[in-house]
Design a protein around this ligand. Structure first.
Ligand code: SF4
Ligand code: FES
Length: 354
């Protein structure tokens, strides 16, 4: 039996004022003219509620680039969804935020690129961004909304992890998500500049462990470790087509937001397929659902229903075939590719989107 999805990721736009080198959006971004309309988003969110979804993550790109964001939030609220805004914060001012709250916004997740201004703005590629993020956090707290800080960490900011924990506390967050870069979409082009060494990773893991202990009851810290130093892969998306679905700015209905980068796969589109049909019956969602599709060594492996064979996007990106075992698994015959990438890392400069 196929359970309903818990959450839908609504990627409202690919437009974004920042140019983070670890962006996992596809290389080929959707143009504003290709984006779903307000009415199409409202219908999609209604369908998500009817399907049994509990929450929507309003994301992008930068979701506040959509002038109709309050209408979209209102549609999510009317559909009975808990609404979480994932934002870079640089365009979030008091009038916008109060409109969103009046429309039913429940929670804000704010990204930071580093703990101090210079590094943060080099990584995000936008001058003045860090102070505007600080102000956005202040507004979120002033309006009484719960705040999560998202910090994507990598070779060039990991030394500031203790300061990122302090920043989350100082900015009033109740939760900090520390996520090592995942190498899909644009991020793959910057892998050599972003991949940390094993020693950097181990130091970061100690920092997170100590901070969790010290800040119990004050700050929850989620920690996503990098696949490239793993011996077992993560259960990406909680398993393909099991917990989550994503909708791209053009209306493609995806088992994961990075799946668009898998060459040769076709995904249903909201403009001609009801969300329920895509979730339950589409070839794309059923292709890697469960364990029947698995090749050796996943087939029959004791971990198969824990990690679901890892990440299809990573297998596609590294091996050119999404149906292979994720090379993050030490049992994969291709696991050595990850070690080679770690050894080759150490570049300084970033490739930014043009
Ligand atoms: Fe997971 Fe497959 Fe590795 Fe087993 S062989 S641990 S199922 S990725
Ligand atoms: Fe797409 Fe892992 S990122 S399945």
């Amino acid at each position: 039996m196929i359970e309903p999805p818990l959450a839908v990721l609504a990627e409202l736009t690919h437009r974004c004022p920042l140019r983070c080198p670890y962006c996992s959006n596809p290389v080929d971004l959707a143009k504003a003219s290709e984006e779903l309309t307000t009415g199409e988003w409202a219908a999609a969110l209604r369908e998500a509620g009817e399907l049994g979804c509990l929450q929507v993550h309003l994301s992008g790109g930068e979701p506040t680039a959509r002038r109709d964001l309050p209408e979209i939030v209102a549609a999510a609220r009317a559909a009975g969804l808990y609404t979480n805004l994932i934002t870079a914060g640089v365009t979030l001012d008091a009038p916008k935020l109060s409109q969103l709250i009046a429309a039913g916004l429940d929670h804000v997740q704010l990204s930071v690129q580093d703990a101090e201004t210079e590094g943060a703005e080099r990584i995000g590629g936008l001058r003045g961004a860090h102070a505007r993020k600080r102000e956005a956090a202040r507004l979120v707290k002033q309006f009484g909304l719960p705040l999560t800080i998202n910090a994507v960490v990598h070779r060039q900011n990991l030394h500031n992890l203790p300061a990122l924990v302090e920043l989350a506390l100082a900015w009033g967050a109740a939760r900090l998500e520390v996520a090592h870069v995942q190498y899909y979409g644009w991020a793959l082009a910057n892998r050599a500049a972003l991949l940390p060494t094993r020693a950097m990773l181990d130091a970061a893991t100690l920092v997170v462990g100590a901070a969790r202990e010290r800040l119990k009851g004050r700050l929850v810290i989620d920690y996503v470790v990098p696949d490239y130093h793993a011996v077992r892969p993560k259960a990406c998306m909680g398993g393909w087509g099991r917990r989550f679905l994503a909708i791209s700015p053009r209306g493609d209905i995806l088992p994961c937001h990075a799946a668009e980068s898998i060459e040769g796969m076709m995904f249903p589109n909201l403009r001609d397929t009801p969300l329920r049909d895509a979730w339950l019956d589409s070839e794309a969602f059923n292709r890697f659902r469960g364990t029947a599709w698995m090749p050796s060594p996943c087939r029959g492996c004791a971990h198969a229903e824990r990690d679901w064979g890892g990440c299809r996007c990573q297998a596609a990106a590294m091996l050119g075939d999404p149906a292979q075992t994720d090379p993050a698994c030490a049992l994969s015959p291709h696991h050595g590719l990850l070690r080679e990438a770690v050894q080759a890392a150490g570049a300084d400069g970033f490739a930014y989107r043009g």
